[in-house]
Design a binder for this molecule. Structure first.
Ligand SMILES: C[S@@+](CC[C@H](N)C(=O)[O-])C[C@H]1O[C@@H](n2cnc3c(N)ncnc32)[C@H](O)[C@@H]1O
Length: 288
């Protein structure tokens, strides 16, 4: 099969599953990952006959995309803040909104000897990006899932930063002091979390590739108590932050005011709600 014939096949197979511009974007990713062709080369090589091995691989990938498997899981990596992170079905694929949160934290945080904690680290994308940007900081990160933490540890190594990863269920944690190795009297200067926040009632808005393939433990909370993580983390953060220390959250866009009020109720001196680039309430900063 020639390359342009495969292109036609790819578009036919995925029509109706993804919008046309997304099919084109996926085609470019697949061509770059498998035969290694950049977008501009695809047209130049349109009449090239694909080898049997390449075609076989391309057909398998097309079938996985048709089954709505995220392209990042198919190739095993995603990009976040310009860095490459390994991902698999145990880890949430890092999102652009979370890049905006990390950018806010680095704007607001001096590169000093600070203690930083990331709660629900997933791929480690937040913790690792902060460790890379704030080179004098000591970065700690926790997650409930040991499989997720294995990937996060690999990502720290491949990105050449040190992060202290630990397995913890934050909902069963009574104090953050015991995370410190050196001294239990230490305090965190920055605590950040992008916890699960999608309510069950919002499942109908979620695309199939997310619903069917991304870990539900990373995404969903019950309709009954959607702010459960924000309540627990705000309480722990207020106890464990140093004076003037900052708490950052990524939040559910539909619960901006409720989340802000909840965080403020723990006694933080200043609580700021910020929108993402799409204009949705998406993040909170609170100062102790
Ligand atoms: C929305 S994902 C965020 C992942 C990553 N920080 C990011 O921004 O891409 C939430 C993460 O919280 C973790 N998590 C869920 N419940 C938890 C709990 N009770 N204690 C600690 N981590 C938890 C999940 O395993 C998942 O990695």
């Amino acid at each position: 099969m020639k390359l342009f014939e495969f292109r036609n096949f790819f578009f036919d197979r995925l029509e109706g599953v993804y919008p046309e511009e997304e099919i084109l974007a996926l085609f470019r990713v697949v061509m770059e990952e498998v035969p290694g062709y950049k977008a501009y080369e695809i047209t130049l090589r349109r009449d090239e006959v694909l080898s049997d091995g390449t075609l076989d691989e391309l057909l398998k990938i097309t079938a996985r995309l048709k089954a709505e498997e995220p392209v990042q899981y198919i190739f095993g990596h995603a990009t976040f803040m310009g860095r490459v992170f390994e991902v698999d079905e145990n880890t949430l694929i890092p999102r652009q909104e979370t890049e905006e949160l990390v950018a806010w934290i680095t704007e607001e945080t001096p590169d000093a000897e600070l203690n930083i904690l990331d709660i629900g680290t997933g791929t480690g994308c937040i913790a690792i990006s902060l460790a890379a940007a704030l080179t004098r900081a000591e970065v700690y990160a926790i997650d409930i899932s040991s499989k997720t933490l294995e990937i996060a540890q690999k990502n720290a190594s491949s990105n050449h930063v040190d992060v202290r990863f630990m397995q913890r269920d934050i909902l069963k944690t009574t104090s953050l002091n015991d995370l410190f190795k050196a001294s239990k009297d230490q305090r965190f200067d920055v605590i950040v979390s992008n916890p699960p926040y999608v309510r069950d009632l919002e499942k109908q808005e979620i695309k199939n590739n997310v619903l069917k393939h991304e870990p539900s433990q990373a995404l969903f909370v019950s309709d009954r108590d959607p702010l459960i993580f924000y309540r627990k983390i705000s309480e722990l953060a207020y106890q464990n932050l140093s004076p003037g220390g900052k708490l950052f959250f990524e939040i559910n866009q539909y619960l901006g005011q409720e989340t802000k009020d909840l965080v403020a109720s723990f006694g933080f001196s200043e609580v700021v709600l910020r929108k993402d680039l799409s204009g949705n309430d998406r993040m909170i900063k609170a100062i102790k």
